[in-house]
Ligand binder design. Sequence first.
Ligand code: GLA
Length: 386
Amino acid sequence: MTDLIQTVTDGFTSRFDASPAGLWSAPGRVNLIGEHTDYNDGFVFPFAINRRTLVGLRLRGDRLLRVASSFATETVELSLDELTPENLAGWSAYPLGVAWALGEFGADLAVVPGFDVFIDSDVPIGAGLSSSAAIESAVAVALNDLWDLGLDRRVLARVGQLAENRAVGAPTGIMDQSASLLGEADSAVFLDCRTLEAEVIPLGFDAAGLELLIIDTRVSHAHSTGGYASRRASCELGARMLGVTSLRDLTVDDLGPASDVLDDETFRRVRHVVTENQRVQDTVRTLREQGPTAIGALLDASHLSMRDDFEISVPELDLAVETARGAGSIGARMTGGGFGGAAIALTPSDLIPAVTAAVTAAFAARGFAVPDLFVVRAADGAARQQ
Ligand code: GLA
C-alpha cells in the first residue's frame, strides 16, 4: 500500500499540478465458491483480497472531469454535461461510468462539481480477480464522500455493477463489487444476491494451516464479449421455460422434472447454477461446523460442474486444478467468469512451494504460457486511506 500511496500522490501532482483531497482504496476479490449464480439471484461466497486499487481525488471549481492513471499515458477529459454511457470508452469508462451511475442512484449530476482523479492498482488485470470492480468501488467510495451522497455500501455495489453493465458493456452480476465493498479481513462474504443480505463469515485458514493459492493462467478473457453473455442468456431461457423468475427459485429436487422440459445444453447450464447454489450453502455450513479443511470436495465439485455442465473452463484452468490437487492442495477450482483468468487452490501452507513447482512444470510440459502463482489473504473492503 505504501508504494501505491506514493505513486498516486506523485502521479496526481504531476498530472494535475495539485494535491488530492484524499486517497481511497478498494480491493480485488477472489470467489471461494458460487460461480455464475449472482445474476441468477443466487448465492456467492467471495472475499476481498490484499491487492488493491488506490485513487487520489479532488473536486474542481467547474464541471470538468479529468481521469489519469499509472497504466495509461493519456489524461481523459470530459464535461459532466456530456457524461453518458455512450460517450465513454476504454479504461476511463470504469471511473467515469461510476460517476454517471451515481446519477442513476440519486446524485444530482446537474449540480455536482467536476473532479480530478488519479488511479493506480496492484490487482493483476485480466486474472479474474476483479481489477475492474476494485476501480469502480474505490471511485464510488471517493465520490460518495466528496459529493456527500451518504449512499450505503450495498447501493454503491449496485452503482459499480451499473457502470460495468452500461458504460463498460459487460452484463455481469453484483458479486465483485459487493466483495470489494463489504469484505473484511480473514473472512468471506456470504451474499444472497436476491436480497443483498450479506453475512461476513470467518475463514479460519490461518488456524487450519491453510493458504489460498492463486494460479493465474495468463489466458486473458473479457466479459463484454461472447461466452459470458451467452451463458447468462441460457440461464434466462432456462428460467423462462421452467416458469420461474430466476434459477434461484429451483432446488436440486427440481432438476429431474426440468430435464424433461429443457434441451440438453440448457439443462446442463441450469444444473450448474442450481447445484452451485446448493454447494455455496453447503460450503458455508461445512466451514462453520467443520472448518476449512472440510470444504475441499465442494471446491472440486464446483470446478467439474463448470467444466462439464457450464462449459466455461479452458485447458489451462483444468490443468492448474488437476495438478494442484495432485500435488497436495485440498480443493481447487477455476474462479470468476471463466474462459481464462485464474484458478484457486486451497493448500496446506507447507505445500505451497511443491504445488507451485508442480503447476509451473506441468504448464511448461504442455507448452502453455508461464503461469503466475501467488498467495492471497482475505482483506478489508474499500476504505478511505488518508
Ligand atoms: C464475473 C462477473 C460476476 C460473476 C462472475 C461469475 O466475475 O463480474 O458478476 O458473474 O463472473 O461468477
